[in-house]
Design a protein around this ligand. Sequence first.
Ligand code: MET
Ligand SMILES: [Zn+2]
Length: 369
Amino acid sequence: MAPKKGLLQRLDEGPVIVRQLHREFLRAGSDVMQAFTFYASDDKLSNRGNESSKKYTCRGINDAACRLAREVAEEGDGLVAGGLSQTPTYLSGLGKENTQKEFKKQVDVFVENKVDFLIVEYFEHVEEIEWAIEVSVKTGMPVVASMCIGPKGDLHGVPAGECAVRMAKAGAHVVGINCHFDPFMTLEGLRLMKAALDAAGVKVHLIAQPLALHTPDAHKQGFIDLPEFPFGLEPRICTRWDMHKYAREAYDLGVRYIGGCCGFEAYHIRAVAEELATERGRKPKASEKHDMWAGGLKMHTKPWVRARASKEYWQSLKPSSGRPFCSSMSQPDKWGVTAGDSTLKQKTAITTDEEIAELAKPRRVMNGK
Ligand code: MET
Ligand SMILES: [Zn+2]
């Protein structure tokens, strides 16, 4: 008889690869191995509606993710964080008790795995994140809370500053913004948060985990409404030089948890860590084979490329896109722009075949025809 498979083997969809992904970021300078637990609540996993998803449970995924993150964190001096995010239960209007039950199941696994802290992230509604913070602080662990909002506030119309104050008052030790907007729009939102926290006399640390994508044309709901979301966003990717600028601006603003969300690759994090090497008192491991500010180009065979081995050159570069028929800005999806305050409303607003057909049409661009 074949031996029974253990949990990790049953969930074996490439733990080697997951470990390696953590490892790349650890070497690039990440202090935190954030376990891959995003959206891994039971209600979300069963929401996926396909047969194969049934083998994935909140407990199974979160447990395996925590173990893998810890294994790699121990290869350096990394911390492990377990993350919670928004739930279908909240969006379906099923109320506080049911929503908190979903959070509690995830948090229990994080407690059992002795993660170093919790990240409550990617919430569009401040009310829901308050419920998540409430459950999280009961563990006694440090709680980081970030919303996927921009300078225009949450999807119920609560301003960014007020969201920050409410997250802090709910008990979060670090508050801020993740995902949905580019680094510079995210920092705009954080400026508003900082001002409101200062005005309210509330002392907490700040976190930024922006996209590694330029989104100057995004509206209230961020990159979700861009026509390129989610599979055509590559032309918007930030360069490592954008990340140097982001890291410096974030630090100067007083942000001390400076990270990244969708689109970030290890080299982006290395740029952040190198920009702040003096403040951090060290360079990342990956910098042993990487000269800052393109120093390695001094060895290039072509003299005009050798001439680019300078901070000034890369800091002032305006990179071309190489796409002559593309505009720099898109027209965000009209549902995201106009549907207003709640994702719930947006979901129910789109009902007819005509509306769906309209949505599927290629989007016009702002500067073109
Ligand atoms: C859509 S935001 C995703 C956040 C999560 N921490 C992740 O990196 O997967
Ligand atoms: Zn993201």
